[in-house]
Design a protein around this ligand. Structure first.
Ligand code: NAD
Length: 340
């Protein structure tokens, strides 16, 4: 069976996902697109796809079985609620939404519907290296995880468009989500420290150091540098009771010559996570074909939103800011046990 998909938002990642859904993956067809910039939607529409005037019309169309949301974060809530009310599986790029209240509205709607429909675009969970790292931790041979060091470095960010809050409410969500998933833990509080600014970052608060406290007592430190210059550098290292498991930046060809030993560095997230995005959609297509969703859920999007909110409070207060989650609905699985 071929899943008929409508894409909302045909900007940078929307176009990349349309390419993936039309040229890379099987069992799926993009039959509809829409964007507030109609010209962009027309250009991005693959052959045979209908261009809709509004997201609502696309979601309600009988030709669309499942929806991919790649619009800006503040637009996600309305589009997600429309998908849930239409009973259609939806892949939503991160962030799920941009406020706690909005996350709760989406969660309540999905819980009332009674079946998971929403998958959030936390693609790291589909990356082979992260999956191997998780398998080691879950295997238990290294004992309990105590510390997780997460490094998130971007070569650059668009000047003027990327603001000083965005390391905390746009970039950190990936590290927050992968920490919760790797450690099978929930975040209870956030501290933020701002070191000397990098001159490369111009007026931005950059870099930023974030400390995440968890239910189990494990700590996560996150370096976010968004103007590092040399490339896209994602790393992680888990210190456990009996050893350490590391995720270096994606292993690539190693060149040895008269300059020494060198390894290519990915340019950006598209290159580093290309296989993860493909796998994320493979699993989404399979689940959406069954009328449901898999992987990162509305609950995970809600958790990331709370962490981002706490991080923004923490950078202002200079203190540890609590993350207070509501009770976990059964639809999203078993709650994390509180440490003895
Ligand atoms: N998972 C990842 O690694 C990753 C990477 C990049 C972007 N993203 C997320 O994807 C989303 C899009 O990012 P982008 O970089 O493609 O941005 P972009 O600005 O390039 O594209 C967004 C598009 O959405 C359209 N749009 C905005 N509001 C709309 C609405 N209400 N209805 C219809 N169209 C609307 C815009 O006109 C634009 O064409 C963001 O939420 C971003 O955080 C995720």
């Amino acid at each position: 069976m071929t899943l008929r998909v409508g894409v909302i938002g045909t900007g940078m990642i929307g176009q990349d996902h349309i390419r993936r859904l039309t040229q890379v993956l099987s069992g799926v067809r993009v039959v509809a697109v829409t964007d507030i910039d109609q010209g962009r939607a027309l250009t991005a529409a693959p052959e045979g796809a209908e261009v809709f005037d509004t997201p609502q019309a696309l979601i309600r169309s009988e030709s669309v079985q499942a929806v991919v949301i790649c619009s800006w974060g503040p637009a996600h809530e309305e589009q997600l609620l429309e998908c849930i009310s239409a009973g259609k599986p939806v892949f939503c790029e991160k962030p799920l939404v941009t406020s706690e209240a909005a996350a709760i509205r989406v969660m309540d709607a999905e819980v009332a519907f009674g079946r998971r429909l929403v998958q959030v675009g936390f693609m790291r969970r589909f990356d082979g290296d992260y999956r191997r790292l998780k398998a080691v931790i879950d295997g238990g041979t290294l004992g309990a995880p105590l510390l997780y060091h997460s490094v998130h470095r971007n070569a650059s960010v668009p000047e003027g468009l990327y603001t000083s809050d965005m390391p905390l409410n746009d970039t950190l969500v990936h590290d927050a989500d992968i920490s919760r998933w790797l450690l099978d833990d929930e975040i209870t509080g956030v501290e933020v420290r701002v070191p000397r600014r990098s001159l490369r970052g111009k007026d931005l608060r950059d870099p930023t150091l974030v400390l995440l406290h968890t239910v189990s007592g494990a700590l996560v430190d996150v370096e976010i540098s968004v103007n590092i210059g040399y490339g896209y550098d994602i790393r992680g290292e888990v210190s456990c009771e009996e050893g350490v498991a590391s995720l270096p930046n994606r292993p690539a060809t190693v060149i040895s010559d008269h300059h020494g030993i060198r390894q290519a560095i990915p340019e950006d997230w598209r290159e580093r996570f290309i296989d993860a995005y493909d796998q994320e959609f493979r699993e989404w297509i399979a689940a959406a074909g069954q009328g449901t969703a898999t992987g990162p859920s509305t609950w995970d999007g809600y958790a990331a939103t709370l962490v981002a909110d706490a991080a923004l409070r923490a950078v202002e207060s200079g203190h540890l800011e609590p993350v207070r989650m509501r009770g976990k609905p059964a639809l999203y699985g078993v709650p994390v046990a509180v440490a003895a």
